[in-house]
Design a protein around this ligand. Sequence first.
Ligand code: GLU
Length: 291
Amino acid sequence: MSSPLPAPAEIVTRFAPSPSGLLHLGHAHSALFAWQQARAAGGRFLLRIEDIDLGRCRPEFEAAILEDLAWLGLDWEEPVRRQSAQLADYRQALERLQKRDLLYPCFCTRKEIQAEIARAGSAPHGPEGPLYPGLCRPIPPQEARERVAAGEPHALRLDMARAVEMAGDLLWLEQGQETRAEPESLGDVVLARKDIATSYHLAVTWDDALQGVTLVTRGADLLPATHVHRLLQALLGLPVPRWHHHGLLTDDSGRRLAKRDDARALRTLRETGHGPAEVRAMAGFPGVPAP
Ligand code: GLU
């Protein structure tokens, strides 16, 4: 069993929003959480813009994020890393995995995947819905290479069974608690999307390592993804951080806050006369940052 590293000497945290909408109170909670963890330990706080979803991310949202976070009273190290500018890095990571024969091209459309899941009847489910049913996994390598060379659109998927076998048992520390990695529950995840040669799992894991993040903090909704990230760290030979997944803010009726919930957008709160200290308190951090 490969053990997680001992607690690092320096705490480095980050807030990594996607500029696909305005920040709301839930994001403020996440950002303040990461900021406070770093500050309380005399560590460093980073901001990273996760803008690989080219269809949904917009420069004006990125500008709004920077402005809203500064208004909230946060500061971060420069330069801010922007994922869409790091594709060469992600290619390097993909090549490492490719060399170990851990990736395969997937030519499926969403429709084909859905049809296969419906046909199979009892498709295995993960925390985020039905798993990829493996349609492209058995394509002979030569045929796959030819289709790729002919320019057929494809994603790259991780051969999960092979990856897990190669990595062996893995542990990670969630709030100091040893947790066994169970990445199989997410199936053959996409590591390079059809439209951009990376994915959330790949980019976030690579960047956290490259930027020296030692404590990954984020909402509990992303906890299932951590199992895959721990596996990728092992496969890519990356350092292993610690994790703290925090609870999610809910609205008055107990529903999770969503980006589309404009009433709780920091921008709206600000425009309707709320000050930064009040918004920090609404986000669960009264008295932070300390005056
Ligand atoms: N970019 C992700 C999001 O906005 C968060 C990534 C992370 O914290 O790991 O949901």
